[in-house]
Design a protein around this ligand. Structure first.
Ligand code: RTP
Ligand code: MG
Length: 200
């Protein structure tokens, strides 16, 4: 199974793969040895799942010195960084990563751009991390992105829009597997997760 979920095997939840370490530690279902779902909030009404998502600071973001800005925004959001590496994607990796867009007219330019310089590849995790990251990134076209988002505030061009985030559980699993081996993803907990991730 993909590493968007449990790094070393385990069940897949309805929202995609659950992340074993934190879910087990914080909210295993009473009497069950299965990780997650766990309850969030003191009223214990809402069930949610930790997700993992692939984030790339694209070549324009690295060249513009915006890695720290983008990492900082995701950290301040409360998400947890669990893998990171700087690499220059080759054509094969870039084409596999953006394979769903293979037939689109912008595909050749997209591949040329993604292979043009180093990217910072990361895995971030947290409750509904896939959507949370997309919110921090903003819409694909910077003209349509919310003003406070990365793209809305820092980008001008739809092609050079600084950052990539997986768009769903299946793509997250696929993309994390493309960029990271399972043993490169580091499960750990922070005390602040209790305060930032709704698991108090
Ligand atoms: P990403 O995959 O990079 O996170 O971006 P996204 O989900 O917001 O947008 P997506 O539809 O997946 O498109 C992937 C990337 O292709 C470039 N693009 N160019 N010229 C165009 O009309 C066009 N449309 C998309 C963008 O760089 C976009 O991020
Ligand atoms: Mg996309």
């Amino acid at each position: 199974m993909g590493t968007a979920g449990i790094a070393r095997g385990g069940p897949t939840t309805a929202r995609g793969p659950a992340v074993a370490g934190w879910a087990c530690a914080v909210g295993r279902r009473r009497g069950s040895r299965e990780p997650g779902p766990f309850r969030t909030g003191v009223r214990k009404e809402k069930w949610t799942f930790l997700e993992r998502t692939l984030v790339l600071v694209k070549p324009d973001g690295v060249q513009r010195g915006l890695c720290g800005e983008i990492v900082g925004r995701l950290e301040r959001k409360g998400l947890r960084l669990c893998a990171a590496k700087l690499l220059q994607p080759g054509r094969e990796l870039a084409e596999r990563h953006y394979a769903p867009h293979r037939e689109r007219p912008f595909f050749p330019g997209l591949i040329a751009f993604l292979t043009s310089g180093p990217v910072l590849a990361m895995v971030w995790e947290g409750p509904r991390a896939i959507e949370q990251v997309r919110l921090v990134m903003g819409a694909t076209d910077p003209l349509k992105a919310a003003p406070g988002s990365v793209r809305g505030e820092l980008a001008l061009d739809v092609g050079q829009n600084l950052v990539h985030g997986s768009d769903g559980p299946e793509s997250a699993a696929r993309e994390i597997d493309l960029f990271f081996r399972p043993d490169e993803i580091v499960p750990y907990q922070r005390d602040l997760d209790r305060w930032a991730q709704g698991a108090f």
